[in-house]
Design a protein around this ligand. Structure first.
Ligand SMILES: Nc1ncnc2c1ncn2[C@@H]1O[C@H](COP(=O)(O)OP(=O)(O)OP(=O)(O)O)[C@@H](O)[C@H]1O
Length: 240
């Protein structure tokens, strides 16, 4: 089973702004933990701080018994952390294949793993030698996630994978997230679409103003519309 993630009292400053203001967050090993919250709550900054792309100015970040908070992003990746950023950081001028090779840190890509990835992202096989820049938004998102999982990981950080995607593609992405989840990897997933969150999340943490303000099971939050309204400002309409 994959290790769990724990943040204790994490502060992050970006320039003169104090963005994370004492984040206490746990993502239990082998489970999918949703990180929710209103725009600007600090979710992306939390993922980037875990990944070592922003340096925590205070606090501890640990994956199992390994401390991450003083490591560079390349060392965090080497410990088995995959990151699919919100911006779908694919290299437009490189082919799909070359983008995936860049995600494989331990050596050549494993054919069986590639076949597994193609199973839920068939477009990546189809456009294997095409420039990533020529893919649709949904396909780029899939490539970004495929890159994060091209090797087995201990922890996956995924930022808003369904953002801007057509509903039909969202369904395919949910299936894919469930497949990835079934491998037993620990997942921390930022998602604005509450329906997706309710479908794939085991646990949920909600952020507001640079702190975690709610911790519980996704099932309990999904069943409590008052709590959703209070924590997320969701109306019933947003459940469509
Ligand atoms: N590079 C930056 N420079 C200055 N402020 C930043 C920077 N990046 C983020 N912020 C600020 O930090 C706060 C948290 O941003 P963050 O992107 O982490 O929130 P979020 O919860 O992911 O929101 P969203 O859902 O809008 O992406 C916001 O007020 C944002 O304006």
């Amino acid at each position: 089973m994959s290790a769990g993630l724990a943040l204790e009292g994490v502060h992050t400053h970006i320039g003169r702004y104090h963005i994370l203001q004492g984040v206490d967050l746990d993502a239990p090993g082998g489970l999918t933990t949703m990180l929710l919250g209103r725009n600007g709550a600090g979710k992306t900054t939390t993922l980037r701080t875990i990944m070592g792309l922003w340096r925590a100015s205070k606090g501890r970040i640990a994956l199992g018994d390994r401390a991450l908070h003083s490591l560079a992003a390349s060392d965090v990746a080497r410990l088995g952390v995959g990151y699919a950023p919100e911006t779908m950081a694919v290299f437009s001028d490189l082919t799909v294949k070359e983008n995936l090779i860049l995600g494989a840190r331990q050596g050549p890509m494993d054919d069986r793993r590639l076949a597994w990835i193609f199973g839920f992202f068939p477009a990546l096989r189809k456009f294997w030698l095409s420039r990533a820049g020529s893919l649709s938004g949904g396909q780029k998102q899939m490539l970004s996630i495929a890159r994060a999982i091209v090797e087995p990981r201990e922890l996956l950080l995924i930022d808003e994978p369904t953002k801007g995607l057509a509903p039909a593609i969202v369904g395919a992405l949910i299936d894919c997230l469930k497949e990835i989840k079934a491998t037993g990897v620990t997942i921390l997933l930022v998602e604005q679409n509450f329906r997706v969150a309710a479908e794939v999340g085991d646990e949920v943490r909600v952020m507001d103003n640079g702190r975690v303000v709610h911790r519980g099971s996704m099932r309990d939050l999904a069943a409590d519309q008052r709590l959703q309204m209070r924590l997320l400002g969701l109306s019933l309409d947003s459940h469509q």
